[in-house]
Unconditional design. Structure first.
Length: 121
């Protein structure tokens, strides 16, 4: 039996409304994907964050035009508060314009990331 906490995905229409992010808001040197971006909020001692990082990097490498950006939640507290990030890992799926189309708290499975990503492409 797999006892890892699974990610719980929500769409953009759920929660606090439409949110758009720019590369500059995510940090210096961040480049958004041409088609979509997977944004991961992590902390240093978060074990599921490491596994999530691997899954998101694999998906970004698999799908052309998709980027993976890992944000240190502790160093970006203002952004964490604005986006209401309550736990790590939290993953945001952005479309080509930087609009959040899905978000998940917890460790996502690859198939779930690909399904959420399909809405952004």
């Amino acid at each position: 039996m797999d006892r890892r906490a699974k990610a719980s995905w929500t769409g953009a229409g759920e929660g606090s409304g439409v949110v758009e992010l720019s590369a500059a808001e995510l940090g210096a040197g961040v480049v958004l994907g041409d088609r979509a971006t997977l944004v991961q909020f992590s902390t240093a001692f978060c074990q599921p964050c490491r596994a999530t990082r691997r899954v998101l990097a694999q998906v970004a490498a698999l799908v052309p035009g998709v980027a993976h950006v890992d944000i240190d939640a502790e160093r970006h507290l203002e952004l964490v508060r604005r986006l209401e990030i309550l736990r790590t890992p939290t993953t945001l799926v952005l479309d080509a314009h930087g609009t959040v189309v899905h978000r998940a708290a917890g460790q996502p499975r690859r198939a779930a990331v690909l399904a959420a990503l399909a809405d952004a492409l």
